[in-house]
Design a protein around this ligand. Structure first.
Ligand code: IPM
Ligand code: MN
Length: 359
């Protein structure tokens, strides 16, 4: 029996609650599909930092990076300086493990979860490939004459050829495996002329993918299109900062932050799986946060671990609950966190198990 090593970082706010449900679903999938799970939990996050004054020690970082996959709840807590723990844990894992792909599917399962009039699952089905290791995120902020009326604050947008090429190539591969074979480059090269690098690399790499149709949108127009005609976007590739922004918008199209999931990937590395939502500190400990985003991230993890049948079963379980009305609403507080976990687990184990699967 194959056993997967999973590092689990529940993190801050509602992270531990939603991760607990994700772990239940992973265990149920392992039981049904006959694979092993070796879960190792790490307490790192704001609470740990407050108590121990450490964020993510090198030795812990190494151990997490050596796992097959990582499940992350959420990081962020108003008791810590803005961005300190987020950058120290999520940022560090993305950047120092060089997980250059942030894959964020936006797939609407039922029209009633979409805030757009007249749009349903046929119109909202896209994948955003967000660059994950460059851009303004990894540059130092500089404050000159801080606190004076002459203050100048800056943090540059920096893109390397290698970083641009690998994310664009990855996006073409994603687009090629989807039925529409259509890839949109989202940038702001008319204002941020440094992004001309994206324009040129997109054209050059695109020439190697004649079977993939190419399109281009400036990020402002992309936001407009995602609302006006989401069906015009299938696969899109974009920079780190713009990817962060458009995927929150995209999350709303598929039913909100309660369901949006993401995978941080690089070939040959541990994949890091997380919800798109943050730590939602106001809801922490109340058993009201929707764990479906984390559960969907777990489905992405199973796919990554080559447990395709298990991944599909989790996706089907979630889809059945959302379209069949057992989950009435994705609003916070409509269902308890653990209630949704139970529904998914029941759905997963209740359906007739594959007779070929080992016990
Ligand atoms: C995300 C988050 C992070 C990001 C924050 C927490 C630094 O918003 O994963 O989308 O900006 O990448
Ligand atoms: Mn974000």
């Amino acid at each position: 029996m194959k056993t997967h090593q999973i590092a689990v970082i529940p993190g801050d706010g509602v992270g531990p609650e939603v991760v607990a449900q994700g772990v239940r679903v992973l265990r149920a999938a392992a039981e049904r599909f006959g694979f092993g799970l070796d879960l190792h939990e790490y307490p790192h996050g704001t609470e740990h930092w407050l108590a121990r004054e450490e964020i993510l020690p090198d030795e812990v970082f190494e151990r997490i990076g050596a796992a097959d996959a990582i499940l992350l709840g959420a990081i962020g807590d108003p008791r810590a300086p803005v961005g300190l723990i987020e950058r120290g844990i999520i940022g560090r894992l993305r950047w120092d493990l060089d997980l250059y792909v942030n894959l964020r599917p936006i797939k609407l399962l039922d029209a009633r979860y979409c805030p757009l009039k007249g749009k349903g699952p046929a119109e909202v089905d896209m994948v955003i490939v967000r660059e994950n290791t460059e851009d303004v995120y990894v540059q130092k902020p500089v404050f000159q004459n801080q606190g004076s009326v002459d203050e100048i604050a800056s943090q540059p947008m920096v893109y390397s050829y290698a970083g641009t090429e690998r994310i664009i190539r990855y996006a073409f591969e994603v687009a090629r495996r989807r039925p529409r074979r259509h890839l949109t480059l989202i940038d702001k090269a008319n204002a941020v002329r440094a992004q001309d690098l994206y324009t040129r690399v997109f054209a050059a790499v695109g020439a190697e993918y004649p079977d993939v149709e190419r399109a281009h949108l400036y990020v402002d127009a992309a936001c407009m299109r995602m609302i006006e005609s989401p069906e015009s976007i299938d696969t899109a590739v974009t920079t780190n900062l713009f990817g962060d922004i458009v995927t929150d918008l995209g999350a709303m199209l598929q039913g909100g932050m309660g369901v949006a999931a993401s995978a941080n990937l690089a070939p040959g590395r541990a994949g890091l799986f997380e919800s798109v939502h943050g730590s939602f500190p106001q809801a922490a400990g109340r058993n009201v946060a929707n764990p479906l985003a984390t559960i969907n991230a777990c489905a992405m993890m199973l796919e990554f671990l080559d447990e395709g049948a298990a991944a599909a079963a989790v996706e089907t379980a979630v889809a059945t609950l959302l379209t069949g009305g057992q989950i009435r609403s994705l609003e916070v507080g409509e269902h308890a966190t653990d209630e949704i976990g139970s529904l998914v687990v029941e759905q997963l184990l209740g359906t007739v198990a594959d007779p070929a699967a080992p016990e």
